[in-house]
Design a protein around this ligand. Structure first.
Ligand code: PLP
Length: 379
């Protein structure tokens, strides 16, 4: 089966990890800062805070913005559940705004319609690897005094009108899960231009305690104080060594993902029954996912899996999950565009290790599946 996503590791990565295993610091040591600097630089942000996964990074962002009970945060439904869960962790309420039908990115007009006196922030998701309509969201945020968080777990290396993805929102979040652009096994990072927000997220990732063990060792002191309720969301030096090594390959990984996407684009251009998502002009896409919309998606899913093509569906709209229905009274009809898209979307295999032969096999299988679906693309 050709997987929809997977990591690409080589001997350099393995050597980098082995070196840490022979050093003094297995967890918070010098590699954490090195990895933070590498990601923050690519993201175009002054500060990076490495944490144990992308979900923890979202949680840290919501905490740092001071969001809590009684507050509302606007989120899109076309995302992984973690985007909304992070809001719930802090006792606030996620409010689902719909996406636009072409790109499936948060629709700024729908977001505007969701704003109430309780709204504190908007979390935009750079779905599939394409930056959201950040300019429109920034105007909206400015008008209502809201913070902007970018869930850019799909979009490391993306840019909008030449501005890198970490420079578009107040806090931007990445994941280093093995299917993402670079991996640390599990891992995440929040980047920001605001030193105050960075300091709050650093505090949050380590129990709300201001110093860490290494800093106290170096100062020869045992004293510390816990000033906030934080978590143990630290990322290890072992993982950060892998991250630093992987970050060196990011330009190559992005180039390969864009190459495969171009092969798919060319193959489907003449077959409107397979409709890739729309691209925003001026956006540099990072292609975490290559999503097409197809009629009779469920049949296509089964047929492609049978043909050894590991397609997937991203995502079940978050507001349709039983937890959200039960807890927040959400359900069908709340976000009709996302719900209609959900019936038709399919993620094709896309990762840096995908060979030309695999890409050709994917194309062939998708076209064969579309052919047997009758060649129309009307819902
Ligand atoms: C991967 C992902 C996350 C969560 O990241 P983890 O590292 O798995 O916790 C959050 N949001 C989106 C959109 C993601 O794709």
């Amino acid at each position: 089966m050709i997987p929809y996503g997977r990591q690409l590791l080589d001997e350099d990565d393995i050597a980098a990890v082995a070196q840490v295993l022979r050093s003094d610091w297995l967890t918070t040591g010098p590699l954490v800062a090195e990895f933070e600097a590498a990601v923050a630089e690519v993201a175009g942000a002054a500060h990076g805070v490495a944490v144990s996964n992308g979900t923890a990074a979202l949680h840290a962002a919501v905490f740092a913005l001071g969001i809590g009970p009684g507050d509302e945060v606007v989120v899109p439904p076309m995302t992984f559940a973690a985007t909304a869960n992070a809001v719930v962790y802090q006792g606030a309420r996620p409010v689902f705004a719909d996406v636009d039908p072409g790109t499936l990115l948060l629709d700024p007009e729908s977001a505007a319609a969701c704003i109430t006196p309780r709204t504190r922030a908007i979390i935009g998701v750079d779905y599939a690897g394409q930056p959201c309509h950040w300019d429109a969201l920034r105007v909206l945020a400015g008008k209502h005094g809201l913070a902007l968080v970018a869930d850019a777990c799909h979009a490391l290396g993306a840019a909008d009108q030449g501005r890198p993805v970490g420079a578009l929102a107040d806090i931007t979040v990445f994941s280093f899960h093995p299917v993402k652009h670079v991996t640390t096994g599990e891992g995440g990072m929040a980047v920001t231009g605001d030193p105050r927000l960075a300091a709050r997220m650093r505090l949050f990732r380590s129990h709300g305690i201001e110093s860490d063990f290494r800093q106290r060792e170096q100062k020869g002191s045992w004293f510390y104080e816990m000033t906030e309720l934080g978590y143990n969301y630290r990322l290890t030096d072992i993982q950060c060594a892998l991250g630093v090594s992987q970050m060196r390959k990011l330009p190559r990984f992005l180039a390969r993902r864009r190459e495969v996407a171009a092969v798919y684009d060319a193959a489907f251009a003449a077959r409107p029954v397979v409709a890739p998502l729309a691209r925003r002009t001026g956006a540099e896409h990072a292609y975490h996912l290559y999503v097409v919309q197809m009629p009779d998606r469920d049949a296509a899913f089964v047929r492609l899996r049978e043909a050894g093509v590991g397609v997937n569906v991203h995502y079940v709209p978050v507001h349709l999950h039983p937890y959200y229905r039960r807890t927040f009274g959400t359900g069908p009809g709340l976000c009709p565009v996302a719900e209609a898209a959900y019936e038709r979307i399919l993620s094709l295999p896309l990762h840096q290790g995908l060979s030309d032969a695999d890409a050709a096999r994917v194309v062939e299988a998708v076209l064969a599946s579309a052919g047997s679906l009758g060649g129309t693309n009307t819902p």
